[in-house]
Design a protein around this ligand. Sequence first.
Ligand SMILES: Nc1nc2c(c(=O)[nH]1)N[C@H]1C(S)=C(S)[C@@H](COP(=O)(O)OP(=O)(O)OC[C@H]3O[C@@H](n4cnc5c(=O)[nH]c(N)nc54)[C@H](O)[C@@H]3O)O[C@H]1N2
Ligand SMILES: Nc1nc2c(c(=O)[nH]1)N[C@H]1C(S)=C(S)[C@@H](COP(=O)(O)OP(=O)(O)OC[C@H]3O[C@@H](n4cnc5c(=O)[nH]c(N)nc54)[C@H](O)[C@@H]3O)O[C@H]1N2
Ligand code: SF4
Ligand SMILES: [Mo]
Length: 859
Amino acid sequence: MNSVVRTTCPYCGVGCGVEARPAENGGYEITGDKHHPANFGRLCVKGAALGETLGLDGRLLYPEVGGERVSWDAALDETANRLQAIINEFGPKAVAFYASGQLLTEDYYAANKLMKGFIGAGNIDTNSRLCMSSAVVGYKRAFGADFVPCSYEDLEQTDLVILVGSNAAWAHPVLYQRLAQVKKLRPQMKVVVIDPRRTATCDIADLHLALRPGSDAALFVGLLNILQPSLAINSFDGQNAALEIAAEWSLEKCADFCQLESAAVQTFWQWFTQANRAMTLYTMGINQSSSGSDKCNAIINVHLASGKIGRGGCGPFSLTGQPNAMGGREVGGLANQLACHMNFEPADIARLGRFWGSERIAETPGLMAVELFEAIGRGEVKAVWIMGTNPVVSLPDNSRVAQALARCPLVIVSDVVCETDTSRFASVKFPALAWGEKNGTVTNSERRISRQRAFLPAPGEARADWWMVAQIARRLGYREAFDWQHPQQIFSEHAALSGYENNGTRAFDISNLAYMTSEQYDALEPVRWPVSGDAHSSFKSWRENGKFQLLPVEPVLPQAKVDHYYPLILNSGRIRDQWHTMTRTGSVPRLMQHITMPIMEIHPRDAKRYGVTHEGLVRVASRSGGMVAKVRVSESQLPGNVFVPMHWNQQFARKGQINSLVASVCDPHSGQPESKQTAVRIQRWQPAWCGEIFARVAIAFGEEFHWWKQATPGVHHFLCAADSDAKAWIETLAAGRGWQLQTACGDGQFHHVLAWYHGELQLAFYSANGWQDISAAAVLSAFEQAPTTASERHRLLAGKAPDTQPDTGATVCSCFGVGEKTILAAIAGGCRSVAQLGEKLRCGTNCGSCIPELKALLK
Ligand SMILES: Nc1nc2c(c(=O)[nH]1)N[C@H]1C(S)=C(S)[C@@H](COP(=O)(O)OP(=O)(O)OC[C@H]3O[C@@H](n4cnc5c(=O)[nH]c(N)nc54)[C@H](O)[C@@H]3O)O[C@H]1N2
Ligand SMILES: Nc1nc2c(c(=O)[nH]1)N[C@H]1C(S)=C(S)[C@@H](COP(=O)(O)OP(=O)(O)OC[C@H]3O[C@@H](n4cnc5c(=O)[nH]c(N)nc54)[C@H](O)[C@@H]3O)O[C@H]1N2
Ligand code: SF4
Ligand SMILES: [Mo]
């Protein structure tokens, strides 16, 4: 394959089109697809770094059973036999699939069909439960369908954008840049950000409401109250009850509940009522809540009541997180839905039975993610197939998840990487095709279906996820229903089902894509559903089908409550350059340089109160577990709140996992966990030493260490800290290897060691009683080519860059690798604006996601 391949980014729900072009070095150059309507050529830093994730290091390439490599036939036969035995003995509900919004639609459709259509249980759920499930409940309760009534181009027509619980600048960067562009061209368009933290997204905000965590519903219920006079009687089901509650939420009560100034709340409400067009973009700060579904409805209510829906520039827009979260909703991958927007109702069950030719369609919803792992822990579910997700990292109270998997008789894991926190518990491992190798479709936030196309050959014996499912299905006796040879056949079947006996009764209908040839499928241009007509007019005609509902919402606070022992609320979320559990992004050097270890952001007042210092280490503990992080003192936090990234796990750190702290408290309607609020306490940890180690040989850390893996090519590189003796540790590590040690010790203040073997650098270790500024670039080049003069070796022992190699500091702009020190020097040298910095250093001129940080440095 030599020419340019047009495909779709595998990260966030913006769904950007990318082009992969063979590069001269044998790799691939990845650029934005100028013709793709989601991004028109733009990419963020994660998308732009895709070419750096294509290596096969750490990949799972062969099937394994019980930790031993076996042939595909052996692995599939063994798995199918064991599944069948469990089903025979304990019934279909004793097995479950736990899938992912990162599977392709074809993979997802196949898994859902096997579980709900042929094994005959509802037990397939997905990581979208942790992500989108409250949003789905919100739409379904309001409109009777999971219908997202907005598209990206609405941003270009709106007068007011409210971002609530969304850090789009980091989590949906290309969409955010599009919004920033609109704001630049039309400064009169107002932007309101509602988030307890001051995030990079606030950079373009006219108003930032830093509300009390979890209190959002009050802002929208109070707003509904002031919209009441303009509402015609009985326009909506539930209207009276909704308005009755709203009438109790006066401005003062709302401001008090949210701990905001009344004037700020009033401004927000005034802007909303006065704007002709308004959009509310909402994500995890809303969904990941024990009352997330109600919050979604509180948002939808104000759009319905004000008529700011069903026309350009208007509407409640839940942004999807994962690349195919929407595709999962279409195929019905959640345990409480059937395929293609059908529900567990007799007519739908019978219809699916006719279409699939099966008499075993599941008749009741299956277990939702958190419940599912609880049932595994109790031994009720005896086999689980985990596909494309890493639940031991991402589910709340993850030590219980690990315990459950440890007890589970059959754990099947399909993944692209070999070692994950979850795959440690696998009885069977299936090697999946990764991005660039797999072939199929994904649907983005605005319901746009795009092709992911392969441009690389399958490595080792990796296979498509749909293929594995079909192979197991055939072995379970369902050959005919799973006799696909190509993803196009699956897509056709899915599209045909969407139109089957539909007649306008189900919003999701892509049946005109059902009869494509494989050439047409390969050439499929990005297409948005409803495929006929625009979203707003389809939404209007959908509305004529039935009455919409104003759901009565009573605002409540999170279930997590602070007390004397656990006095702080812990918030969690994304950082700019990492993706989830880091299996792909964690090994890309330039994505690791922005934030190198778990940080805990804390307000200066609290830092003082709890005796923690900027850059120092801290232990964070909840009633469920604990972690260690590096303190970042920041005015962007509210007092009483701390924030930790969600990404770190046991492959990248010892005790860096947020979900060892988060409790498994869920929304009763959606089953979505309250991942954004946990009561914690913190305690300063002053280890005997902090350090940094680089080595040619693998390093084993004992239990007494904390370590944080770095993505440095060619060497093992860690940050580390411990209460034990650093000197003794290095001596043990070096013992018997014939290394020549060169050391520098300063009065117990620091201890540096270089280890040489036949003139080659083997190890470089730098410890001190605080973090030091070590030039990783200098150490790395010494591993490639050992310094020759004594003075060069001395500089290396000090951890300093050679005179010729400037130290640039922590990376701020990952696109062009521009460091903080370089930027500060340019500012000192006269640069006064982001534009001037861009001209001089190029920083901020590509994806733009570092612009908020550049502005902060300029300040
Ligand atoms: N870089 C990067 N981008 C990603 C991902 C990634 O891993 N890395 N993952 C993708 C996925 S799957 C998802 S779901 C999206 C998530 O996208 P976002 O939801 O934008 O990301 P988060 O950082 O999880 O949370 C958003 C914000 O919610 C705020 N928040 C916390 N509690 C509250 C509250 O009570 N009220 C309000 N209003 N806000 C609150 C947090 O402070 C945080 O700034 O990102 C997608 N994009
Ligand atoms: N505390 C807290 N917890 C959270 C969140 C939070 O904000 N705070 N956010 C939640 C949200 S919104 C989400 S979406 C989840 C995400 O959490 P996860 O879904 O657990 O995270 P990922 O790292 O995306 O896991 C994907 C796995 O699939 C593998 N993989 C990649 N490509 C393929 C493929 O093509 N096929 C197969 N079979 N495997 C593949 C990857 O190597 C990886 O192991 O985390 C949730 N957990
Ligand atoms: S914005 Fe999302 S889809 Fe677009 S390049 Fe970045 S990660 Fe990929
Ligand atoms: Mo997500």
